[in-house]
Design a protein around this ligand. Structure first.
Ligand code: ADP
Ligand code: MG
Length: 290
């Protein structure tokens, strides 16, 4: 009698080792007749770390919502470990900051415990093991001492770590992080990368939307340049070219000769505006001439 009940509580489908963790095939999403994603196809192997880069309105958040199963594509299909989308408790989703109500009165531990609902089932209270997992997840991100704090009282970096802990408590195998580094100082960003390194070492697939082109090229196995369509997808050394960046950012990217560096070097000035930032952020990137 125990086994069927277990299966009811743990509805996750088996993950065949020969299947990519994620496969999108000609996915299009339309809002009010406008295409937010246009014919998007790509695959991610299990354990890979992918940066999703593109200007505001490029469809990064829409893409993550499709993968998380909270938004259905207008056309096209996607598979998570070879299975159709929806109901995957193996996907941890850390939404963009502006999609979270930070004034909502919940503690850090409450937020992380929310992740257990898919595992516990609807009709059971969290047990000792669930609390242990929540504590372990908070420890993993260095937040165990702040478990009783209101989520709104934390710094931006701490808030991101709580949401990563929530994905850990969910035992996520795919982690979607929507601009988690925006507005964080360098030590907080580093801290998050250290956590991601540990997760990746355990085989977790990670997709992160980011505005930082240099970081995307240096800290990820693959890079996607997105502007409704996939402009380029692959290893950063193949994708991170002036031509691809111009195709992605259009008029928001300025190429300047670098007079201070070795000959043949170019500065890229991308005026990407991050949500929640008071001013558009101008970032300066050096790039070898291709
Ligand atoms: P990004 O995360 O790259 O900034 P989004 O996925 O948020 O891009 O948005 C892509 C496009 O879809 C934008 O033009 C945006 O205005 C539009 N959009 C996003 N969400 C909605 C929605 N719920 N209803 C209508 N349009 C939307
Ligand atoms: Mg977004």
């Amino acid at each position: 009698m125990v086994e069927p009940l277990r299966q009811l509580r743990y509805p996750s489908a088996p993950h065949p080792p020969d299947k990519p963790s994620l496969a999108l095939d000609h996915v299009t999403v339309q809002y009010d007749g406008l295409k937010a994603l246009d014919n998007v196809s790509f695959e991610v192997e299990a354990g890979e770390r992918v940066a999703v880069v593109g200007p505001n309105g490029a469809g990064k958040s829409t893409l993550f919502q499709v993968i998380a199963g909270t938004l259905r594509p207008s056309t096209g299909t996607l598979e998570i470990f070879g299975h159709p989308p929806g109901g995957h408790i193996c996907i941890g989703y850390v939404p963009q900051r502006n999609q979270i109500d930070w004034t909502f009165p919940v503690t850090v531990a409450d937020v992380v415990m929310m992740a257990r609902s898919g595992k516990i089932g609807l009709f059971r209270w969290p047990g000792r093991q669930d609390w242990q997992i929540v504590r372990g997840a908070l420890k993993e991100v260095g937040m165990e001492n702040l478990a009783g704090r209101q989520i709104g009282e934390l710094s931006g970096g701490q808030q991101q770590r709580v949401f990563i802990a929530r994905a850990l408590a969910q035992e996520a195998e795919i982690l979607l992080l929507d601009e988690p580094l925006t507005g964080l100082d360098t030590p907080s960003q580093q801290n998050i990368f250290e956590i991601l390194d540990r997760l990746q070492a355990r085989g977790v697939t990670i997709l992160m939307a980011t505005h930082d082109l240099d970081q995307a090229a240096s800290h990820f196995d693959r890079m996607m340049l997105l502007n409704r369509r996939v402009i380029a997808y692959g290893r950063p050394d193949q994708v991170y070219t002036a031509g691809n960046l111009i195709a992605t950012y259009g008029g928001h990217l300025h190429l300047l000769p670098d007079t201070t560096a070795a000959q043949g070097s170019t500065f890229l000035l991308a005026d990407t505006c991050c949500d929640g930032a008071a001013e558009p952020r101008h970032t300066k990137h050096s790039l070898e001439k291709g």
